[in-house]
Design a binder for this molecule. Structure first.
Ligand SMILES: [Zn+2]
Length: 395
């Protein structure tokens, strides 16, 4: 095959794919180790740039071509645009982590008892290596017809402020976005993620001496208390909407009526209508105390990833897992957001959680199950080929 793709992933191709990934396990492990050994906390721009160099080196050896190195506001992202064809698939991941420099000393790289460990191994350096191997395998099996974009960003863990536009640009017009974030409990794929919004409510009162003339003040702390309770009541458990006042502050000294106060609000929703409802309610907050003033900043940070955006791809993945002889897949709806929220928000069919199987993201017991690496990587490669050749898109 060169520029034309076969119409079906037949059994022999599936077997070849799986055997190839099993044979590649030592390479998968050594490349994951290489990435884990370069620490890359999102906010440390120099560390993220060093990590990007290492990911670029591993990927260039694996894919035979160097990536575009895209630096936005100091954050380093990598993009490979491979192959050419009528349809294209996006493989999406990130190489930044939540682990500060020095974490390797307390959480060293190790492999024991079928698990590999190290800072960011599960979220998601294993997934980065899996994406590279899946893209390479798709290229081997389908030649130039495997039109695959691999995008590895460097600021996902801080909300993707510098990569959002790039992600949305690369997601526009592709047949599917496959997100190599770690799987949910028991290896479940992530078929829905809540959308997230972050707000800050600022209150202006009037400071006064709390002993001499408190009546001359307008207590921003008391106003804050009213507003925190009002905001906390905006959630809707039945619809999965949570509205949580988080960081709260008011006042200056123990004997001064607070002249200013503010609090942050974390909003999580399953659908856009709820995002709009909560935004309107926050914009409609009014002061309770005479003389107090309110301002509300912020908004939706990530749109929801809904089951509607993932259902077609999940069905394909289940069928392919059976054809590859892998254990049956499961799925989960999760509260945490990822860059898959952006690709779904761009209208692109999106399936998330296709990366490592394991657990302990952002936690001391972060680990990856080594046994599952070849099968999951083969599944991603099979999904790429299936989406590129299948009829009628991925919904
Ligand atoms: Zn992640």
């Amino acid at each position: 095959m060169d520029t034309e793709l076969d119409t079906e992933l037949d059994t022999s191709l599936g077997t070849e794919l799986l055997q190839g990934m099993r044979a590649a396990l030592p390479a998968l492990l050594s490349e994951i180790e290489t990435l884990v050994r370069v620490e890359s906390p999102s906010a440390d721009l120099a560390a993220v740039a060093r990590s990007a160099d290492v990911v670029a080196g591993v990927g260039t050896r694996r894919l035979g071509v160097a990536p575009d190195r895209i630096v936005v506001d100091g954050h380093t992202h990598l993009r490979w645009r491979l192959g050419a064809g009528p349809h294209r698939v996006l493989l999406l991941g990130h190489h930044d982590t939540v682990w500060p420099v020095g974490s390797l000393a307390t959480h060293p790289w190790s492999t024991a008892g079928g698990r590999l460990r190290g800072p960011g191994c599960f979220d998601m350096k294993a997934g980065v290596v899996m994406a590279l191997h899946a893209a390479a395998a798709a290229g081997r099996l389908a030649g130039r017809g495997a039109a695959v974009t691999v995008l590895i960003t460097g600021d996902e863990e801080i909300g993707s402020p510098s990569s959002r536009a790039l992600i949305e640009q690369e997601a526009a017009g592709v047949r599917a976005a496959l997100v190599l974030e770690p799987s949910a409990d028991g290896g479940a794929l992530k078929t829905a993620r809540k959308g997230a919004g972050f707000y800050r409510v600022r209150i202006t009162g009037r400071p006064a001496h709390a002993g001499l003339e408190p009546h001359r003040g307008v207590n921003a702390g008391v106003e804050l208390a009213h507003q925190v309770l009002a905001v906390a009541g905006l959630g809707d458990p039945g619809l999965g909407t949570t509205v949580t006042p988080t960081a709260v502050s008011a006042g200056t000294t123990t004997n001064t009526v607070p002249g200013a106060a503010e609090f942050a609000v974390d909003v999580r929703v399953r659908d856009e209508a709820e995002q709009d409802r909560v935004a309107a309610a926050l914009a409609g907050l009014r002061p309770v105390l005479d003389g107090a003033r309110l301002s509300v900043e912020g908004g939706g940070n990530r749109p929801p990833l809904t089951e509607a955006a993932s259902a077609g791809l999940y069905a394909r993945a289940c069928a392919l897992a059976a054809r590859l002889g892998l254990p049956p897949l499961t799925r989960a709806a999760v509260g945490g957001a990822s860059d898959g929220n952006f690709t779904a928000g761009a209208g692109t069919p999106t399936l998330d959680g296709l990366g490592a199987v394991g657990g302990g993201a952002h936690a001391d017991d972060e680990h990856v199950l080594i046994d599952a690496l070849p099968g999951r990587t083969a599944l991603v490669a099979a999904l790429v080929l299936d989406v590129l050749t299948g009829a009628g898109g991925a919904r």
